[in-house]
Ligand binder design. Structure first.
Ligand code: ZN
Ligand code: ZN
Length: 589
């Protein structure tokens, strides 16, 4: 009787735990696959039927379990018995590791076949109850099949999302695991269709290629940086291949996938003004550190992590991304139906362009590849994707000859090799942004007295706010005084305000100070520079002369980042001769 009660309560406990831990198909896959990784597998295959709602199976070639361990694996309190001291780190990572398998088994029909290489074990469990234990073939590794998830908890069954959503979650998760473990061969199959497959080459760039394809992998820049506490290695994408969601920023700490808002922010900050705010990069960073300076035990299902010295880590990442992007600046190429015959090429080969212009990319990427792991066959690669990575110093000497203006907005330019389109407003904005930012950083300000002082009338509450923060404008070189009720008068301004735009610029500035004030002066200066640059830049649809275009272009190429406006939009688009010839069918391939 006592035993029975004990078993009942344990089953109940498992079901309750299952509710917390096992919410999605992807959480089941996550648990099983992570077990396989911990079992030192070199190949892990996940097979699903109907996105896993009917059937999930995970097969690995890991160390396997003997019969005793196999039985214990389904017992909730067995955890500690299975543990060794040095397992504590990964236990921390997942928090509930020992509870996952019993939880899954309590809400589904499970068949576990496992062997350490000698006699194998085959266990069948339904709803947490052991149905049978038999001998199995001695194939080293583990296969676990989970069928009819939540069949005995209909309330939970309802919460499963549509097949597509569940499958998308599973694939996204597997993608990230594959990036965290390039040394493991991963396969995901749904309804007999392979939806993800990596080769286990132990080469991160190759894995990126296998998951994201050629266009992405050929646009990655190798990242390598360290400080006292952290070594960070990986790849960041050029801003030409941004994604519209943040799911493609993958961060892995000591081999474990983590989600950390601050890390994502650090990555994004690195791309600041190189991309629009609503676009996100493809980034894979493997962070290695002493396990004692991180705390992974925050929430078991969230994969979150806490770093001591997070700020230093953020800084390391942000500044290195900035440096890399700056070093290899980019003019987006016009996208002439880039035909990439990936199908004709064996999947497990990394494709590399052969054109001479791509020397830089090749050198860069080859350094990071291990010859033994990747065999290059350049002859196989026929399509030419124009790689748009150009050394920044070369660009500084870029000669751009304006030809004319179209739609009052785009300047057409040429030089010996290419044709360029330049967004007049974006270019002007970039120039002004850098100018203003520089002026705001300088201690000395040069000022001009206004011939006709400008008055601005505010409402009372704005007036109060303005007066409270007026000091900032004084420091910038403005001379502002009270002028009657809730009204201010501007008598002097710094020289960086562009002639002809004084009134609207000052009004905008006052508006910024009242409504978008930020105590962080560096950030506030930046938003001032950004907003003012836009205000003071030539409006679209303004006709400018060839001479004006020339001086605009001269200033643009000298900018720190001539290729994006401060909002991250491109300023220049290139058409190579080849692309033009292709569009006019002068060349056929
Ligand atoms: Zn603008
Ligand atoms: Zn802009």
């Amino acid at each position: 009787m006592m035993d029975r009660i004990k078993i009942m309560s344990e089953t109940l406990a498992n079901k309750i735990a299952a509710g917390e831990v096992i919410e999605r198909i992807s959480s089941v896959v996550k648990e099983l696959v992570e077990n396989s990784i911990d079992a030192k597998s070199s190949s892990i295959k996940v097979e699903l039927k109907d996105s896993g709602t009917k059937f999930i199976s995970v097969t690995d070639d890991g160390i396997g379990m003997d019969r005793n361990d196999a039985k214990l694996a389904f017992s909730r309190h067995a955890t500690s018995k299975l543990l060794k001291e040095d397992d504590l780190f990964f236990i921390n990572t997942l928090g509930f590791r020992g509870e996952a398998l019993p939880s899954i088994a309590s809400v589904s029909k499970v068949n576990l076949i496992t062997s350490t290489g000698s006699v194998g074990t085959d266990i069948i469990i339904h709803g947490g109850k052991v149905i049978s234990v038999n001998d199995a073939p001695a194939r080293k590794g583990t296969k676990i099949v989970v069928e009819d998830l939540f069949y005995n908890t209909p309330a939970r069954l309802k919460y499963l999302k549509s097949d597509t959503t569940e499958l998308a979650n599973v694939s996204m998760y597997m993608e990230k695991l594959a990036l965290a473990h390039p040394e493991i061969k991963f396969t995901l199959i749904n309804n007999d269709k392979v939806s993800l497959s990596t080769s286990g080459s132990n080469n991160l760039l190759k894995t990126i290629h296998e998951l994201y394809g050629y266009v992405v992998s050929s646009n990655m820049i190798n990242f390598n940086a360290s400080n006292e506490d952290y070594d960070v290695y990986g790849y960041i994408c050029k801003p030409s291949i941004l994604k519209s969601n943040r799911n493609h920023m993958t961060t892995i700490v000591n081999g474990r996938l983590v989600k950390n808002i601050e890390l994502n922010k650090a990555i994004n900050d690195g791309y600041y003004t190189y991309k629009p705010d609503i676009k996100y990069p493809v980034v894979v960073l493997l962070i290695n550190t002493d396990p004692t300076i991180i705390d992974v035990n925050i929430h078991p299902t969230k994969q979150d992590i806490k770093f001591s010295k997070q700020e230093e880590l953020n800084k390391l990442i942000t500044s290195e991304i900035k440096r890399l992007l700056h070093k290899s600046l980019l003019i987006p190429n016009i996208n002439v139906k880039k035909k990439v015959e990936v199908k004709e090429v064996e999947q497990n080969e990394i494709l590399m362009p052969i054109s001479d212009e791509n020397e830089y990319v090749l050198n860069n990427d080859l350094n990071s590849l291990n010859d033994e792991q990747v065999r290059f066959d350049f002859k196989k690669v026929e399509p030419i994707i124009k790689n748009d990575m150009v050394d920044n110093e070369k660009i500084k000497k870029l000669e751009l000859y304006p030809v004319g203006l179209v739609m009052g907005t785009y300047i057409i330019c040429e030089n010996e090799t290419n044709m360029y389109l330049i967004d007049q407003h974006a270019a002007q904005e970039r120039i002004n942004y850098e100018k203003i930012l520089k002026a705001l950083r300088e201690d000395k300000v040069s000022t001009i007295d206004l011939l006709f002082p400008i008055t601005i009338e505010l409402n009372y509450s704005d007036y109060l706010k303005f007066n409270e923060r007026k000091k900032i404008l004084d420091e910038m070189g403005f001379k502002i005084e009270d002028f009657g009720i809730n009204t201010i008068i501007i008598k002097r301004h710094p020289t960086w305000l562009i002639e002809g735009y004084e009134k609207e610029s000052i009004e905008k500035l006052v508006d910024l100070i009242i409504n978008d004030y930020n105590v962080d002066r560096v950030k506030f200066n930046d938003s001032i520079a950004k907003t003012m640059a836009c205000k003071m830049s030539v409006k679209g649809n303004t006709r400018i002369t060839i001479e004006e275009m020339e001086s605009l272009l001269d200033e643009l190429v000298l900018c720190d980042n001539p290729y994006n406006c401060p909002h991250g939009r491109p300023t220049i688009i290139t058409f190579t001769r080849y692309e033009l010839e292709k569009m006019f069918k002068r060349v056929m391939n």
